[in-house]
Design a protein around this ligand. Sequence first.
Ligand code: ANZ
Length: 805
Amino acid sequence: MEFSHKKIEKKWQKYWDENHTFKTTNNHDKKSFVLDMFPYPSGAGLHVGHPKGYTATDVFARMRRMQQYDVLHPIGWDAFGLPAEQYALKTGNDPREFTAKNIDIFRAQLKTLGFSYDYEKEVNTSHPNYYKVTQWIFQQLYKKGLAEIREANVNWCEGLGTVLANEEVILENGKMVSEVGGFEVIKKPMKQWVLKITKYADRLLDGLEGLDWPNSVKELQKNWIGKSKGMLIDFKVENKDDVIKVFTTRADTIFGVSYIVLAPENENVLKLTTQDNLDNVKKYIEVTKTKTDIERQDDSKEKTGVFTGSYVINPVNGDKVPVWVADYVLNDYATGAVMAVPAHDERDWKFASKYDLPIKFVIETKDESKAFVGEGIHINSEFLDGLDRIQAIEAMGKKLKELNAGEERINYKLRDWLFSRQRFYGEPFPVLFLEDGEIALIDEKDLPLELPKTDYIKPSGTGESPLANLTDWVNVEYNGKKAKRETNTMPQWAGSCWYYLAYILTVSPNELIDIESQEAKELFKKWLPVDLYIGGQEHAVLHLMYARFWHQVLFDLGVVPTPEPFQKLINQGMILADTGEKMSKSKGNVINPDEIVESHGADTLRLYEVFMGPLEASLPWSFKGLDGARKWLDRVYRMVETIELTDQNNGNLDFVYNDVVKKVTKMIEECKFNTAISQLMVFVNAVYKETTPVYKEYIFNFTKMLSVFAPHLAEELWEKMGNKNSVCLQEWPSYDESKLVLNTVTIAVQINGKLKATFEADKGLAKEELISKAKEIQNIAENIQGKEIVKEIAVPDKIVNIVVK
Ligand code: ANZ
């Protein structure tokens, strides 16, 4: 006996739509904000990877709703993006129409999967009402001095006609290319907006402490911020008034310094290069321009460099130290200058070995044939001899301060955020460049500054965005002065920095209440922070870092009441092809969720995707597994169809029922969905073993628990059993702890020492009662009938033996 998923799924989707079953409520004091990383509505439609995370949040949100929480479980569209821009450039069509079409496809697909989203709260980052707020937030950043225009070395991609963020660039055969399209990328200085995220480095670091996030993600964020404590040390240039400042975390190794290295881009390089070294150095600088930072830092690559001809003086022992230029030192980290200690640093070791520079051990080691980077006792270091690393760093710090040659310094790897893109399809910057060089913010009441409607989206040819072609839009007047608009737009990250807030503000699709209103304040107070956020590992660093940064700024402005946006985070694993490889169009191994919904049903797909294994694991797709999920749902359907229900509880299922409710509740709470489903299976097996009518309430409550995983089937069964109203709005079952102690035992019944029967009895039943129950068993009664009973022996909780003649 099977059910028709096609019939029931459509039927209940329509019911939920018409009855606004999943409308966000505001009736309870408990709340749960359950958030998915919203999709980019690409032309390719939904991938089977999407429903994995989306089902996980859906299960959680559905349980919370039934546990009488107010639940905010929304969806929306990260809708600006490069594919739409390229489509527009290629076809001349408006990227807005293209995006709208894709959104409709995505929404329809999501609806077929039965997610309990409140579609009234749908957001779209490319809608003017939405980016009005994105622009407003930018203006707040500007007013706080956190946004400024800088000449910066950017990744310029001629092929795409835009600057790319580092993470949008990949290495192919040692060359930088764009991740999208594989076009060549080079470093080029350009005027760009930057957001000063580095000002929030410590906050971003400290804030991680209280978050319930995977350790791996916290570590990634910590490494990205890369806080390191060290010293800035002054090395005076010999016979000159100049000073080279180096940053080191190992001031204690200063007696082992054998040369200084400057990054090729360091401003001191040409100043320090002597005439006879100039050609070499200049050549070296040119070669460096073709290299990526990744290549330069690759430890497996040979180190190269050139001598400048100059020397500096070691401030502690007065030694004369040669100054070299080498590309393994990066210019935009710390001072772009390093004191090299080859005995205790592997890169310096390689470099010194190659160029025959001195190597002097200052920390004791048995093996002086390679760099020693471990802990040890200082040697050859005058007043540091005999000290360990920590003691020596402290002593050297004191000494350098006395000599006026050093100070403590904290450095971060985190860079300010390049925030300009040379694209049409992004948020316009709400600023004006006045003819006198001033920058003016567009009046708040004039926001949003909309993207112009145009059928002319063409490359500008100048490296500027296609907006530069639209001179009517670009050239304006402002307070009687000539002014120009910014032709760059914001990166796609901007819209996703605050979309979780947009859901809270949205009253109907793309209608938002004012972010600064009293009402907004109250709503933020109610809903923040996000209680559960599920999404892919690929956003572990940037999206989460950028969103936290904006949130912290908004917190400082008093707009939001919590210091952090996302309290609990889980990264869902990927769904791989059945071979274990990544699914990709080029390999032809992509599974289309629409086809699975058609063949097996949405409930089966949902169940399968969260039953495959732990949510965090990346696991291969299996049609066998999918069939198994479907078979189990058919088994559940048959169970309810054939079962006889009763209002009387005979107690048979008490233990298993209460045990299952307890475990399922706890496991969903902990997002262990696969084991929660196993528990539901245990319950169904127990019901199948029953030969007498089954207690109705237990089956009802089972159906409620089923509804979070397989909502369509659960609704259908709920209705079949004579219930009205959606099962999804029923109260989540509770369990009775007292029923969780197994309080029955199996008693063996013997006649003349031979086992004849067994029966279940309450624990601790008295001997007489055990004996009389044993005698009531048909088989026993027949065996003793007409015989003389010589003896009746009972051992409580174990055995009854009747001796007859
Ligand atoms: C001397 C030294 C001796 C160092 C030693 C290390 C080991 P983190 O922790 O990453 O901050 N360094 C400084 N600026 C650099 C730059 N612009 N490019 C490449 N390397 C740079 O590391 C700080 C260490 O990285 C510094 O400490 C410096 O080398 C190097 F046994 O100075 B050290």
